[in-house]
Structures are given as C-alpha cells and as structure tokens.
Design a protein around this ligand. Structure first.
Ligand code: GLP
Length: 238
C-alpha cells in the first residue's frame, strides 16, 4: 500500500485530481468509483477547477446508498453524487449509476448493480473514505472480506456519525445498499482519503493492523494498487 501524507485539504484535492486526470489522459481511467462523505469533496472540487472535456466521458458507479430515501431527497447519495460529481464534472447522467435504495426487491437491485458494473468493464479507479469504525462504503465491521453488493444494516455508531446530515438523528436510515469488500477489491486501483485525528485509529488499524473483517478497510492490504492519502492528523498513529 502506498501512503501519501499531505499538509492540507487543498493538497489532498490536488493530489487525487492529479491521479484521476493523469489516468483519464492516458486512457487508463474510463470508469470512476465515487464515494460520498466529506473526504473526497476536495478531489471533486479540484477536478472541477481543472476540468478537461475527457472528464465528461467518464462513467461513474457510487459505492453505496441509503435504503428508503427517495432519489430526490437531498440526503440520498444519489442527490449528493448528482451535485458533487455529475454536475461538477459535467458527466452524462445516463453514465452515473447509484444503487436504488427504494427498489421493491433489494437483493435483485444489488445483483443488477453488480451486472451493470461488469458490463461497464469494471471500475478503473475507486475513491474511498473511511468510517471511524474502519468501514469502507457501508461495509461495517464483520463484513465478509469477499462480499458483493448487498443490503446491510448500519451500526448505531455509523448512524450517529451521519446524523449531522439529518434534521433529527432518528431520521438516519437503518439500512443501506453497499458495494461489498470483494466488489471494491475488483477495482483496478483504489485511492482512500482520510483526514483528521478522529480517523487516526481506523487508519492505523487498516494499514498496520491484522487483515480482519473487524476493520473492513484492512482488506485494502490485499490490493495491488492501493494508495492512502492522509493529512498529518489522520496519520498520527502510524
Ligand atoms: C459514510 C459513507 C462512507 C464514508 C464515510 C466517511 O459512512 N458511507 O463511504 O467513507 O461516511 O465519511 P467522511 O468522509 O465524511 O468522514
């Protein structure tokens, strides 16, 4: 795993955007795996600032979605991806995929999503954040290391962490659809971003702890092309 420690959010944004722009220019990146949360926002901003027409050709697949929030709910990950990725990078909305958390048959929706990813030729670069409990996507501790896209139940700690986006903590959905750890490992390259001291224990467990489903991000130790981009605070326990 390659670990890059940078000084500021702007530097992290510039670094991530540089990796993506280089891959797009060289014809290596056609499909981007996109994450929500605050961690990747600086990368999307930097890409918008350095926008080139080839970015508009990208396909995108989201990592996860809440179950039960209508697509036009501003807290749904579909809405967040639309605002932060589709609009900023001027992608064709038809090329942007988010699992449908309101599908009547959630298992079938997850299978359909996996098939759409395969049909697109897989993800060339997957962006990731990390939860304080070591989750990636919404793969909570104890997720199977080879799991595929599926419905999951959110842990109370994750619902508390994400309550800041909802008027009432009780409004945070209890369930989600998430790419599995095995799905994430299938991406040709992954780039995980973490900032702030609250993430430091999870970062240490992911990078230096044992490979364990109790720290789902530790599965990235198995990936051949994984880069972890940190600020000093997130890197403090390494
Ligand atoms: C949510 C998302 C994750 C994200 C995590 C961390 O739980 N499902 O994909 O990595 O939050 O978010 P942040 O980057 O805001 O700390």
């Amino acid at each position: 795993m390659r670990v890059v420690i940078l000084d500021s959010t702007e530097d992290i944004g510039a670094y991530g955007a540089g990796v993506i722009l280089d891959g797009v220019r060289r014809g290596r990146i056609h499909t981007l795996g996109v994450a929500t949360g605050s961690s990747p926002l600086a990368i999307y901003r930097a890409l918008a600032d350095q926008w080139i027409p080839a970015l508009a050709q990208l396909k995108a697949f989201a990592l996860d979605e809440y179950v039960g929030l209508p697509a036009d709910d501003p807290r749904s990950y579909r809405s967040v991806i639309q605002q932060e990725v589709t609009d900023k990078l001027r992608l064709d909305p038809a090329n942007v995929h988010v699992p449908n958390g309101c599908a009547a048959d959630l298992d079938a929706e997850c299978e359909r999503y996996e098939a759409a990813m395969a049909e697109a030729g897989g993800v060339d670069l997957q962006l990731l954040g990390i939860g304080r409990n070591g989750h990636i996507g919404f793969n909570e501790p104890s997720s199977s290391l080879s799991s595929r896209t599926r419905p999951k139940t959110l842990m109370a700690a994750t619902r508390r962490d994400n309550a800041r986006f909802f008027p009432d903590p009780g409004d945070v959905p209890r369930h989600c659809l998430t790419q599995g750890l095995g799905t994430i490992l299938d991406a040709a390259e992954v780039l995980l971003v973490a900032q702030g001291s609250a993430k430091a224990p999870a970062v240490r467990a992911a990078l230096e702890g044992p490979l364990s489903s109790m720290c789902p991000a530790s599965v990235l130790q198995l990936h051949r092309r994984a880069t972890v981009v940190l600020d000093e605070e997130a890197a403090q326990h390494l």
